[in-house]
Design a protein around this ligand. Structure first.
Ligand SMILES: C[N+](C)(C)CCCC(=O)O
Ligand SMILES: O=C(O)CCC(=O)C(=O)O
Ligand SMILES: [Fe+2]
Ligand SMILES: [Zn+2]
Length: 444
């Protein structure tokens, strides 16, 4: 579904750029119509184990009944499928003004006032569109069919809701990356372009914005476009250039091997922006690699190395002065995994990896060997993508997923290369993405 939406937008005519200098795009709904969207709720039918996909999102209820000693309310849909709602959940989610503060879209009902063993006293259906529940204390709750359908507890419906809320789909890539380019100005002005930018950033992990003015201050506009930037000890935005007494290896002319930024933070910045203001003639090329893709490969190729990197806590350190003085320390696994053992975040910067290594001596060499395996895979020709930024280019990428690097360049009497950088949090980016989607497609 997501792919269909994205391609609909690809085909959509983008508003003419060049006339708008405001960081926020124009309001109002897009011409991109909410095409017939597939349903996002499938219910279990009466036949055990079988699931039926409702024919449409039209939520019409045929019949409603209490089941299992009134601990469940069973909704029979018009298309023959059914959904079972636990009573404790129904009571917890009563939408009446006593239980729910509509202006905040938040629950007023206190947990201490919720009886977790509650059963329904009575349940009735109103014209196929609404059910009404009476509770033992005579409190009544009403639930709309559409609202219920979205919240159906079936495996399929929950998966669909999960996809809708978090857009977990990923497109892995290697040296074959098709780097999406969008005009910087259009992303600032057009909601369609901004939506395409953020969708691709989430799915692919990298998007290049082009044609930005080659001057400082443009990333602040991008920050306003999503909401706000993430402040760190290097400042609200930071200048990547050759500096005397550099407080970070990035601020030299040296090669930067593949790294993620700021693994020394417990919650490293999710998204990074780099705006090229000045580029040197020789050297200074950029490299990126899909770290999660490579981690998946490592898991297959060398499960032992993957196991070590996803379980060993590595110390990171960063001490100095910039926005203010700082003395950062953090323990991170180089490969963060979720409850299923799937790689979800890379935390690796060789420059800030501490000299302190808090593991038993006999585990040290196996750790280095595992890291070497990962580093070799990251650097393999088939995985990395190389490009050279031009003044006006703004590369935006997922700093939890990609590793980036830079080739060295020669230092000069004056500054020959200058990038401005900034960070954003995935929470903020995803929030903007959901708002843009709702505005453009008319749904949550
Ligand atoms: C570019 N800069 C200095 C803001 C951060 C570099 C990344 C790091 O030290 O982890
Ligand atoms: O100079 C570059 O191209 C990249 C800089 C970088 O990785 C950083 O500042 O963290
Ligand atoms: Fe970096
Ligand atoms: Zn209520």
């Amino acid at each position: 579904m997501w792919a269909a939406v994205a391609s609909a937008l690809l085909r959509a005519k983008v508003r003419q750029a060049g006339t708008c200098s405001l960081p926020r795009g124009p309001k109002g709904r897009s011409a991109v119509a909410a095409a017939a969207l597939p349903p996002r709720c499938w219910q279990r039918t009466a036949r055990a184990g079988h699931t039926a996909q409702p024919r449409s999102m039209k939520a019409e209820i045929q019949k409603v009944e209490a089941l299992e000693e009134n601990h469940f309310v069973c909704v029979h849909w018009e298309d023959g499928s059914e959904s079972r709602f636990p009573c404790v959940w129904l009571r917890d989610n009563c939408q009446c003004p006593d239980c729910f503060l509509d202006s905040a879209k938040a629950r007023k009902l206190l947990f201490e006032d919720l009886d977790v063993n509650i059963v329904v006293k009575d349940v009735t259906l109103t014209d196929g569109k609404k059910i009404s529940v009476t509770w033992p204390d005579e409190h009544t709750s009403e639930y709309e069919a559409k609202w219920l359908k979205k919240r159906c507890f079936s495996e399929e419906a929950r998966e669909e809701m999960r996809k809708d809320l978090f857009l977990p789909e990923r497109q892995y890539w290697g040296s074959d990356l098709q780097l999406l380019e969008l005009p910087f100005e259009e992303v600032l002005c057009s909601d369609e372009s901004a939506y395409k930018w953020l969708c691709t950033l989430k799915k692919v992990g990298i998007v290049l914005l082009t044609g930005a003015p080659a001057q400082q201050g443009e990333l602040v506009k991008l920050g306003h476009r999503i909401g706000f930037l993430r402040l760190t000890f290097y400042g609200p935005t930071w200048q990547v250039q050759d500096k005397t007494d550099a407080n970070n290896v990035a601020y030299t002319t040296g090669k930067l091997s593949f790294h993620t930024d700021y693994p020394v933070m417990q919650h490293p910045p999710g998204v990074q922006f780099l705006h090229c203001i000045k580029q040197t003639a020789a050297g200074g090329e950029s490299e990126v690699v899909d770290g999660l893709h490579v981690a998946n490969k490592l898991k297959k190729q060398n499960p032992q190395a993957f196991q070590i990197l996803s379980s060993t806590a590595v110390d990171y350190t960063d001490v100095g002065v910039d926005y203010c003085d700082f003395a950062m320390q953090c323990k991170q696994k180089i490969i963060d995994i979720d409850y299923r053992g799937q790689a979800v975040r890379i935390n690796y910067n060789n420059a800030t990896r501490d000299t302190v290594l808090d593991i038993p001596a006999e585990k040290v060499r196996p750790f280095y060997a595992a890291l070497k395996e990962f580093d070799d895979l990251l650097n393999s020709r088939e995985h990395k993508f190389t490009y050279k930024m031009k003044p006006g280019d703004v590369v935006t990428f997922d700093n939890w997923r990609l590793l980036h690097g830079r080739r060295s360049y020669r230092s000069g009497a004056t500054v020959t290369r200058h990038l401005e950088g900034a960070y954003a949090d995935w929470d903020v980016v995803m929030s903007r993405l959901r708002i843009l989607r709702k505005r453009l497609l008319g749904r949550n």
